[in-house]
Design a protein around this ligand. Structure first.
Ligand SMILES: *[C@@H]1O[C@H](CO)[C@@H](O)[C@H](O)[C@H]1NC(C)=O
Ligand SMILES: *[C@@H]1O[C@H](CO)[C@@H](O)[C@H](O)[C@H]1NC(C)=O
Ligand SMILES: *[C@@H]1O[C@H](CO)[C@@H](O)[C@H](O)[C@H]1NC(C)=O
Ligand SMILES: *[C@@H]1O[C@H](CO)[C@@H](O)[C@H](O)[C@H]1NC(C)=O
Ligand SMILES: *[C@@H]1O[C@H](CO)[C@@H](O)[C@H](O)[C@H]1NC(C)=O
Length: 250
C-alpha cells in the first residue's frame, strides 16, 4: 500500500510543481503598458537598492494610495526614498517593533503631497507637511534647508541630505535620501507607550463591557475570579511539573 501511495504522491507533487513553475514563468508576460500617472513602484524597482522601502510601500498599502492620489490630484507629489543601506543602519529591530499604524506613518512621512523641484525647496516654509499629517513639533515635522542644488532635511531626530534625483517630471519627484526619515512622534524621546501585551486583553474587554452594560460593576468581581482561575490552575500544574522534575534531578 505504502509503496503504491508514495510514488503516486511524489508524481502528483512533481506535476503540481511543474504546473506551478510554468504558471510562474508565464506571468511576466505583461499586459500592454497602461497610460496614466507615473508608477512609483516601477520607478523604484528600476532604480534598484530600494527593496525595503518598496516592501513597506506594499505592506502598508501606501503604494496604492500614492497611485490613487497621483491620478486624482493636480498637486503632484514628492517622495524621499531611503535605499536599503539606510534601513540596515537603523538600530536592529527598529522596524519590527513598530505597529502597522506606525509603519504606515513612517512611510507616509517620506511623502509630501506636492511636487517640489530641487529649486523649489528654497522657497518652501518649514515645517513641511507630509502625508503622515500633523507637522507640529513633537509630531511629524520635516524641515528643509536648501542652497543651490543642496537640500538638507531634518526631522528633529535625523539630519540627512537629498543626494540623488531618481525621477522627476512636473507631477512626481522621487529623491534618494541618505537616511530613513525618523519622525519625532514615533522615534522621539517620549514615544507613546508600547502596544499592550496580550495578557491585558481580558481586562480591556471587561472595560468595554463596563462601558456598555450598566450592571458591569456587579459582574466585575466574578468575572475577574473566573478569569484568574485557569491561570491559577496553570501555575499549579507548572509548579507540580517543576517539583517532579527537581525530584528526578536531585
Ligand atoms: C484615474 O482616474 C480616472 C478618472 O479620473 C479613472 O477613470 C481611472 O480609473 C483612475 N485610474 C486609476 C489607476 O486609479
Ligand atoms: C547641509 O548640511 C551640511 C552638513 O551637515 C552642511 O555643511 C551644509 O552647510 C548644509 N547646507 C544647507 C543648505 O543647510
Ligand atoms: C522646523 O522649523 C520650524 C520653523 O523654523 C522650527 O520652529 C522647528 O523647531 C523646526 N523643527 C525641526 C525638527 O527642525
Ligand atoms: C541636525 O542639525 C541641526 C542644525 O543644523 C543640529 O542642531 C542638530 O543637532 C542636528 N541633529 C542631529 C541628530 O545631528
Ligand atoms: C474591576 O476590578 C478591577 C480590579 O480587579 C478594578 O481595578 C476595576 O476598577 C473594577 N472595575 C469596575 C467597573 O468595578
Amino acid at each position: 500500500m505504502e509503496q503504491f501511495i508514495f510514488p503516486s504522491l511524489s508524481l502528483f507533487l512533481l506535476l503540481s510543481l511543474s504546473h506551478f513553475t510554468t504558471t510562474l514563468a508565464q506571468t511576466p508576460a505583461l499586459p500592454p503598458a497602461p497610460t496614466g500617472p507615473p508608477n512609483v513602484v516601477k520607478i523604484l524597482q528600476k532604480a534598484g537598492q530600494f527593496t525595503i522601502f518598496l516592501r513597506l510601500l506594499g505592506t502598508t498599502q501606501v503604494a496604492n494610495q500614492i497611485n490613487g492620489q497621483l491620478n486624482d490630484s493636480n498637486n503632484g507629489m514628492t517622495i524621499f526614498a531611503p535605499p536599503d543601506n539606510a534601513f540596515s543602519s537603523l538600530r536592529s529591530g527598529a522596524l519590527n517593533s513598530l505597529t502597522d499604524e506606525q509603519k504606515s506613518a513612517l512611510v507616509q512621512f517620506h511623502i509630501v503631497p506636492t511636487f517640489l523641484s530641487i529649486t523649489q525647496f528654497q522657497t518652501v516654509s518649514n515645517p513641511l507637511r507630509t502625508q503622515a499629517g500633523d507637522a507640529g513639533s513633537g509630531q511629524f515635522p520635516l524641515n528643509v534647508t536648501s542652497s543651490g542644488s543642496q537640500v538638507n532635511i531634518s526631522t528633529g531626530i535625523v539630519n540627512t541630505t537629498v543626494d540623488n534625483t531618481i525621477y522627476t517630471d512636473n507631477q512626481l519627484a522621487v529623491y534618494q535620501v541618505d537616511k530613513v526619515l525618523l519622525p519625532l512622534s514615533i522615534f522621539g524621546p517620549h514615544p507613546p507607550a508600547p502596544a499592550p501585551a496580550p495578557a491585558t486583553t481580558p481586562k480591556k474587554k471587561k472595560e468595554a463591557a463596563a462601558a456598555t452594560s450598566p450592571t458591569a460593576a456587579d459582574t466585575n468581581t466574578s468575572g475577574a475570579v473566573s478569569l484568574s482561575l485557569p491561570m491559577q490552575a496553570m501555575v499549579l500544574v507548572m509548579s507540580i511539573g517543576v517539583a517532579v522534575y527537581s525530584s528526578f534531578v536531585l
